[in-house]
Design a protein around this ligand. Sequence first.
Ligand code: HEC
Length: 112
Amino acid sequence: MFRFVSIALFAVSIVCMGATNASSARYDKLAGKATYDATCAMCHKAGMMGAPKVGDKAAWAARIKQGMDVMVTRAINGFRGKKGMMPKKGGNPKLTDAQVGNAVAYMVSRSK
Ligand code: HEC
């Protein structure tokens, strides 16, 4: 009996691990809109301070080619590129990594 329960728990934990991995690889662009509006639009809506403007396909094409991982990591950690300075989490340290990732997905979905 104990053996059966521990095998069952083991199976359940593997299923759960699979589920978290899958969801962390996917971003929720609809949820990202609120974060974008509150934090990222400040620069990315009008293209302030060198920020790639949302909807400007030419400004995003090369960035999108890098892949989501690069863009999300840069948005989370901040980065200084040729155009300007992308602040860590858009300057809002209260945002979770997932919220920043979702906001990137939202911006990208509107820029390609
Ligand atoms: C203070 C202005 C500012 C705010 C606020 C801001 N950004 Fe940026 N962001 C920039 C600038 C400037 C760049 C371009 C840097 C460069 O390439 O020289 C940039 C670039 C980016 C890029 C492209 C990275 C790449 O790999 O090319 C992403 C993605 C991004 N921002 C996401 C976000 C998200 C998500 C938020 C909100 C959480 C946000 N930004 C808020 C200024 C800002």
